[in-house]
Structure formats: C-alpha cells, structure tokens
Design a protein around this ligand. Structure first.
Ligand code: NAP
Length: 314
C-alpha cells in the first residue's frame, strides 16, 4: 500500500466530459458508483463548440450545444457525480490495477470509462498553426460571426463541411467550399442545402496548397490547386475554415488499450475495451455515427457494463 498512499482510489473514473462521459456520469452516479469525472482540456466536449442542436431527442425547438452539456453536467451533479478539472497525462493498466496520472497526481480506479472524444483534423500546412485564430478556424459556430460581410473558404466534403458552410453563409458575403474530389461525401439533405445556396460556390477536385497572409492582417488568401488540371489559383479570402474530420484523443492510452490504425479504441462485447474494467464510449470509439445522441447512448452502455463488471468482481 505504500504506492497507494500517494494515490486517490475511486470506484469509477470517467475520462472526458462530452455527451458520452456526462451520460455515463448520470447513470453511474444514480447507481451509487460515485464516479469522478476528469473533465479534460475542453469541458463539455465538442458540443460546446456548436450552436443549435436540432436532432437531440426531446427538444422540439432545438437546444444550444453548450446549454445541453451544462444541463447534462447539472443532472450528473444532482446524483452526486464529482468533477475534477484535470487532463489525464498517463494511463497504466499493465500492473493489474487501473492507474491514471492527471495533473501530476496518481489515481487508481476499480473501473474506468474512456470518453475522451476526438479533435479536428488539420491539413498539415504551415499557415494553419501560424494563423489559427487569426483567420484559420476549426469551428464555424464559434467563429463565423467574425466574418460578417467577408469572404470565407471552407475545406471538406462531409456532413461537417456542409453544416459549417451553410452556417458561415449566414454571416459571410460569399463562401467557397473546396473539395478534393468531384462528389461530396455528405448526406443528400446536407448537400442540397449547400448546392442550393446562392452564396456558396464549390471548387471541385481542388486542394489547398498554402495559406497566405501577413503578421498584421492574418489570413489574406489561399493557394488552390486543381488536382485534375494541375492549375493553381490564388483565392483572396478573409477566413479559412477546416472541416475535414477528426482524430480520436487516445494518445495517452497507446500501448495500454487496443485501437485501430486511426487510433479509435476497439471495443468487444458492449463497450468493453481490451483491458478488464476499462470501458469506452462516444467519438473515441465511434467514427461512423458521431452524434450527440449516439455518444450519450454509448455513455449509458459503458456505465451499465462497468456496473455489471464491478458487481461480478464483487
Ligand atoms: P468525414 O465524413 O470523415 O468527412 C471528412 C471530409 O474531409 C471528406 O469529404 C474528406 O474527403 C475530407 N478530407 C479529409 N482529409 C482531407 C485532406 N487531408 N484534404 C482534403 N480533404 C480531406 O468527417 P465529418 O464531415 O466531420 O463527419 C464525421 C461524421 O459525423 C460522419 O459520420 C457525419 O455523418 C457525422 N456528422 C453528422 C452531422 C449531422 O448529421 N448533423 C454533422 C456533422 C457530422 P473525401 O470525401 O475525399 O474523403
């Protein structure tokens, strides 16, 4: 127990506070598992960067993403869940106990629910980091407002890109959607909203080669290349929005939990990961549906799976 003297011991630690983590916290606290939620670097998760959520059941007129997460947290708190503003730096599940290090301190748990979500993908261009927050954005709902009456370029061809492009068009004077292929991946209804919007133009078979700007003004233009013809053009723009998918937040679990080539956690029966007592839920597992409601559903599943595991373990 000498090691344990330096550690806090919990029945359950939930890592992450998005829709999956918070739903797990609601269920686990109602089941008297006394969960502790490590909120991570972005409390509330990705829904805190969206505006109106129209498809979460129970809200006829929609609900703001941050409000929805706030309500979920309050619901978990009301049943006794505890929240720590900590980010997990290290996980060690190798020695028969479930150990996490967060904020330099060690924690031991009887069960862990990983609900760390995913983060936006970048193209890998130098200008992305250089101009992030100065013309480059990964969140239309957070930043579109700043582009009222301005020109904006969005990159991507999935549902996120459609959603963001449509949203930005409410503010910007014009939006150019840049997509690397000649067909969109997005669902028909979301495509149609973009294709029928007179403010939006699409550059097909086109990639972004460079983000151009200056220290004083931030982003000023992007250099685009048509991959079919090889032709390049410089497109003046005030903003550049990335909407090309996400990367799962699983770095700290590398070597500890089985994951696929993209880094998404692999689950077997229900939400069980490769380590007994560790369960996973939400976008950290799911690269297919990625909906608030599916993440919440998985959070519920993970809590029930963890409860069963703990009961069987006695
Ligand atoms: P996604 O479906 O993976 O689409 C990513 C898009 O970015 C694709 O069009 C892809 O091009 C493009 N892309 C990826 N890497 C690129 C690169 N390096 N350079 C240029 N383009 C690149 O991601 P998502 O749009 O974020 O959606 C993820 C999931 O969430 C989907 O299941 C989606 O249905 C769901 N979602 C649903 C809603 C909704 O229903 N309200 C809203 C948002 C997202 P290719 O097509 O050529 O691969």
């Amino acid at each position: 127990m000498t090691e344990n003297n330096k550690s806090d011991h919990y029945t359950q630690i939930i890592v992450g506070s998005g829709a999956a983590g918070l739903t797990a916290a609601i269920y686990s606290s109602r089941s008297a598992l006394e969960p502790v939620v490590f909120e991570g670097g972005m409390p509330g998760g990705q829904l805190t960067t969206t505006s109106e959520v129209e498809n979460f059941p129970g809200f006829e007129n929609g609900i703001l993403g941050p409000r929805l997460m706030e309500e979920m947290k309050k619901q978990a708190l009301s049943f006794g869940a505890r929240f720590l503003q900590k980010e997990v730096e290290r996980a060690d599940f190798s020695g028969g106990s479930l150990e996490l290090t967060a904020g330099g301190e060690r924690y031991i748990a009887d069960s862990v629910i990983v609900a760390t979500g995913a983060r936006p993908r970048f193209l890998g261009l130098e200008g992305e980091k250089q101009y992030l927050g100065r013309g480059v954005s990964t969140c239309a709902t957070c930043d579109a407002f700043f582009y009222r009456g301005k020109k904006v370029v969005v990159v991507g061809g999935g549902d996120s890109a459609m959603e963001e492009t449509s949203y930005i068009s409410k503010f910007a004077s014009s939006v150019l959607l840049v997509h690397r292929r000649d067909e969109l991946r997005a669902s028909r209804i979301m495509q149609d909203r973009v294709l029928n919007n007179p403010k939006i133009k699409i550059a097909w078979n086109t990639v972004v080669e460079e983000i151009l700007g200056s220290v004083e003004k931030g982003v000023e233009a992007v250099r685009l290349k048509n991959v079919k013809t090889g032709e390049t053009v410089t497109e003046p723009t005030d903003g550049f929005f990335l909407a090309i998918g996400h990367i799962p937040n699983t770095e700290v679990f590398k070597g500890q939990l089985w994951m696929d080539r993209q880094g998404y956690l692999l689950v077997g029966e229900g939400t069980a990961t490769s380590v007994p007592g560790v369960f996973a839920a939400g976008d950290v597992v799911d690269h297919r549906y990625r909906q608030a409601v599916t993440a919440a559903g998985m959070g519920c599943m993970a809590s029930l799976d963890a409860e069963k595991y703990l009961n069987e373990k006695g």
